[in-house]
Write a protein that binds this ligand. Structure first.
Ligand SMILES: [Zn+2]
Length: 544
C-alpha cells in the first residue's frame, strides 16, 4: 500500500475516533508525511474535501457528554471505513517501515516503534485538551463516563496496545482457593537482537531523563535507542496523563500500555520518590476510590522480593477488574476494640490477607494503618516471620488493595515478609524452587489478587511438554532444553492423568499450571493453612 493511502486512512481513523477534528485532516496528513521523512505525494482533492468527516468530534465531546465517543453521521456513498475494523497496528508498521527506508528511523524493532509512536503523537489531542475533556466529563457526567472516554482515547491513540494484548493467552483454573486467573503474557514485544547488541555496546552515563518509566516527564517523550549513551527508553509521544489529587498532592493517572486486565490504570506521584506503605499511602488509596469509585486501587509492597518491579517511583495500580481474591470466602472474622465501626475478616486465600470493611472513611483508614503498623513490628519465629534483622533491616510489609463496596470501603491487606534463608535464598515467602519452572518472579499486587502473569517462554515449553507426554517419551523430557526444567513436574502430570489424549492434553496442562500458581501463592503466604499456621494467624489477630 502506498504511503499516501496509509496516511489518509490513518488520518480518517483519527478523525473517526474523535482524536482530531475535520479541520485538522490536511495538517495531520502533512505532519505524518514529515514524521516518516516524506514531502509527498498529495493526498488528493477528493480526500481533502470529503465532507463526511466534517463532524466536530472533539468539540462535541468537550461541549457535552451525550456523545463522548464522538461518532460521526454516516452517508450512503461513503467508502467502507470503520474505526472498529481499522488495522492500526499494520498501518503503523508500514509507516514505520517507510520512515526506516527514508533514513529518519533506526533500523531496529525499537526504532520502528519510536517512529510509530511519533506518528500517533501527531494525530491526537494535546494534553491540555485531554485534561479539559476529562475534567468536563467528570464534572458533568461523572467518573464512569470520564474514565470511559479517557480509556477509549488511550486505546484509539495506540497507547494501550489492544492488538498486542489480544495475543495474551488466558484461562481460569478451579482450585481450593476458587477460580484462579492465568495469563501467559505475550503482549510485550520480544527484544530485537540488534537492540540487545546495541545496549551492550553503549557506554552508560550518569545522566538519566526521564528518571524512570513512571515519571510524569514521560508524556510526549521521544524514546531512546539502546545504542544511546543513557540506554534505551520507550517512546511515549502518545502517552496522555490526567492530573489527579491524592493526599493533597499532584499525581497523574494513565493507563497501562500492556494491560493485564480491563482498564488497567496507573496512578503515579508527580515526584520521583520511593514506594512507601504507610498512613500517607493508605490515605491516597482512599482518595483514589473517592474520586473514581468504579476502580479498585492497590499498591505493590515497598520491600524487595515481595514488591513489584519498580520500587523507585511511588505509584499504584488499579482498574475495573474484579479479582478472585475479592470473592474469597471468610475463614474467620474479628473486631478491633479501638475501631468498633470496622469489621475484620481473615480470607480463605493462599496469601495471608485481612479484609477490613466500614463506612466511616477516617475509621477505616485508622484501622488499616493500625494493622500495617502492628505487622511491621511483628515477629513469630515459630513460623519464620521476623520483623527486623539485628541491624534494623526491615522484613515485614503489606500489599494493600482498596475498593468501594456500596456506601463503604473495603481494604485488603496482604501480610508480606521478605526474609531469606539457606533453604530459600530468593525468599522464604516467595515461589519455592520446585515451582520456578513455571514462576520465579516476585509475587506482586496483581498476582496477590489471584491473576497469574506468566512468562512467554511457557508457550513453547508447554507445547513441547505436551508433545513428549502424548508421544509417551518421558525419557526425552530431561534431554530437551525446552522441557528439562519441567521434567519432574511433567512426570507427575503424566502419572496423575492416565486419560491424557490429543483432545484433552491442552486443558490438562493448563489446569496443572493453574494449580502450580495456587502453590506459588501458598508459598507467599506468611501463615500457612495447617494447624500451626492457623494458630499463628490467630496470635497476630489477637494483638490488633
Ligand atoms: Zn520516576
Amino acid at each position: 500500500m502506498a504511503v499516501s493511502e496509509d496516511i489518509r486512512a490513518l488520518v480518517d481513523y483519527a478523525c473517526d475516533c474523535g482524536l482530531i477534528g475535520f479541520e485538522d485532516r490536511v495538517w495531520a496528513y502533512n505532519a505524518v508525511l514529515e514524521a516518516v521523512g516524506a514531502t509527498g505525494p498529495e493526498p488528493g482533492e477528493d480526500w481533502v474535501l470529503n465532507e463526511t468527516y466534517a463532524f466536530p468530534c472533539m468539540t462535541a465531546a468537550m461541549a457535552g457528554v451525550d456523545d463522548m465517543a464522538g461518532e460521526r453521521p454516516t452517508t450512503s456513498d461513503e467508502e467502507d471505513f470503520s474505526a472498529a475494523t481499522f488495522d492500526l497496528e499494520g498501518t503503523l508498521a508500514r509507516l514505520a517501515e517507510a520512515a526506516v527506508a527514508a533514513g529518519v528511523a533506526e533500523d531496529t524493532a525499537s526504532g520502528r516503534d519510536r517512529a510509530a509512536m511519533r506518528v500517533m503523537g501527531l494525530i491526537m489531542p494535546r494534553p491540555s485538551e485531554v485534561v479539559a475533556i476529562f475534567e468536563d466529563a467528570l464534572r458533568c457526567a461523572g467518573p464512569h463516563e470520564a474514565t470511559d472516554w479517557f480509556y477509549k482515547m488511550c486505546c484509539d491513540a495506540g497507547y494501550v496496545r489492544r492488538a498486542a494484548i489480544a495475543r495474551n493467552i488466558a484461562w481460569t483454573t478451579s482450585t481450593r482457593w476458587g477460580d484462579l486467573e492465568i495469563t501467559i503474557n505475550r503482549s510485550k514485544p520480544e527484544k530485537d537482537p540488534r537492540d540487545i547488541a546495541a545496549a551492550g555496546a553503549a557506554k552508560p552515563t550518569g545522566e538519566k531523563y526521564p528518571a524512570c518509566q513512571l515519571c510524569i516527564e514521560n508524556e510526549g517523550y521521544p524514546g531512546r535507542s539502546a545504542a544511546s549513551a543513557a540506554g534505551d527508553h520507550p517512546a511515549r509521544q502518545n502517552l496522555r496523563i490526567v492530573p489527579i489529587e491524592l493526599g493533597g498532592e499532584r499525581w497523574g493517572l494513565q493507563y497501562s500500555p500492556y494491560a493485564y486486565f480491563n482498564e488497567h490504570c496507573i496512578a503515579m506521584s508527580a515526584h520521583h520518590r520511593k514506594m512507601h506503605i504507610d498512613a500517607d499511602a493508605l490515605g491516597c488509596l482512599l482518595d483514589f476510590v473517592d474520586l473514581l469509585p468504579r476502580y479498585f486501587i492497590g499498591s505493590n509492597a515497598d520491600l524487595p522480593i515481595v514488591g513489584g518491579s519498580i520500587l523507585s517511583h511511588d505509584h499504584f495500580q488499579g482498574g475495573a477488574h474484579v479479582f478472585p481474591m475479592m470473592g474469597a470466602r471468610e475463614a474467620a472474622t474479628f473486631e478491633m476494640g479501638a475501631f468498633p465501626g470496622v469489621s475484620g475478616a481473615v480470607l480463605e486465600w493462599p496469601l495471608s490477607v485481612l479484609r477490613l470493611r466500614g463506612t466511616d472513611r477516617d475509621e477505616v483508614l485508622a484501622a488499616a494503618v493500625h494493622v500495617v503498623d502492628a505487622w511491621r513490628s511483628y515477629s513469630d519465629e515459630s513460623v519464620g516471620v521476623r520483623a527486623h534483622d539485628a541491624d534494623g533491616t526491615p522484613h515485614n510489609t503489606v500489599t494493600p488493595v482498596v475498593r468501594r463496596e456500596g456506601d463503604g470501603y473495603e481494604v485488603y491487606l496482604a501480610l508480606r515478609c521478605n526474609v531469606t534463608s539457606e533453604a530459600n535464598p530468593l525468599g522464604d515467602f516467595h515461589p519455592h524452587a520446585e515451582w520456578h519452572h513455571i514462576k520465579k518472579e516476585n509475587i506482586g499486587l496483581i498476582e496477590v489478587m489471584g491473576l497469574a502473569i506468566l512468562p512467554p517462554r511457557l508457550v513453547g515449553e508447554l507445547a513441547a511438554v505436551r508433545g513428549h507426554l502424548l508421544a509417551g517419551e518421558l525419557d526425552a523430557l530431561e534431554g530437551d532444553p525446552l522441557t528439562a526444567s519441567h521434567a519432574a513436574w511433567a512426570r507427575e502430570v503424566s502419572e496423575a492423568h492416565p486419560e491424557l489424549s490429543e483432545d484433552n492434553a491442552e486443558d490438562v496442562i493448563r489446569d496443572e499450571v493453574g494449580r502450580v500458581f495456587g502453590h506459588v501463592l501458598e508459598d507467599a503466604g506468611v501463615f500457612k493453612w495447617d494447624a500451626e499456621g492457623r494458630a499463628a494467624q490467630a496470635r497476630f489477630i489477637a494483638t490488633l
